[in-house]
Design a protein around this ligand. Sequence first.
Ligand code: DAH
Length: 344
Amino acid sequence: MDTAIEKTLAEGLAQLKEVKTQVELDRFYAVYLAKKGAIAGLMGQMRSIPNEEKAAFGKAVNEAKSQLTNEYENKKQALEEEALSAKLQAEQIDLSLPGRGAGVGHQNPFRLIIDEVTDIFLDMGYEVVSGRDVETDLYNFELLNVPADHPARDMQDTFYLKGGKLLRTQTSAAQAHVMLERKGLTPIKMISPGKTYRRDDDDMTHSHQFAQIEGLVVDKNISLGNLKATLELFAKKMFGEKREIRLRSSYFPFTEPSVEVDVSCFACQGKGCSMCKGSGWIEILGAGMVNPKVLKMCGYDPDVWSGFAFGVGVERVAMLRYGIDDIRRFYADDFRFLSPFYAK
Ligand code: DAH
């Protein structure tokens, strides 16, 4: 064999032995086997070879080429196998590792309270009426005996919408809707849970958005005694069999008389603790006998019908029940806040 061919072949094989990466292999290909590589260079020398030696020279170059090509292919395959096994090694799965738990959605605690309260009143034969978040001044205020110049409006700073509507400040608006729908003809026994809105600065105990549950009973001969018995039953079911309630005189424009209702403290059994601020009693809701003016405006003859109403602050009950210290947590979308309630 021609010494130039021998030399190229020997060098090529030696270099290929040293190749350890795909980049090096590509470089080898470029130097020896590509169009402008060493083998092609040898073929190019054919012109200067005497005719009688051309065949032998060509054969020798081809042999060298096929030997280098073979070795190149072998190396290529070896590198590919190496890369694959390195990849498999890196991606090895440890089946003994403990799995990661999938996140599960939980109900917001105020939803739990609404469901619980709703169940208690459904058991007592109440119907559940859904109100509306966007209200008119008429239903949110006027029909509840809160005319435009009434000072009680100051306590319920309102979000007004374009076109004169507003976000309801109290679920009491549902009272007027139900009474007007029933046209003064049938008794009513309903609750209406839902969201309410006030222009409050948010802090630990105030939120511009919160939820209430409204209750309304209208029938013949309804008395304050009925209200008290109903709320006592509710308090016992909600806060425990041993609970007592007390009514304190209060004022709401839509009830007369109006009361604030306290429940005996379930943390200290009425002895006095930080939860009840030492008094043994915790305020849970506002209530009263439906003001005859409201009955009349809403189509019920106050000489025939009487009724009671109450309004419960949902977050307040949830805070007491679950020991939540800040009302803003209800609306913070923090999964950690929701998780303890999952077990309930
Ligand atoms: N609407 C009152 C409020 O938001 C709560 C309330 C008090 C509702 C007395 C009633 C009621 O139905 O009789 O402060």
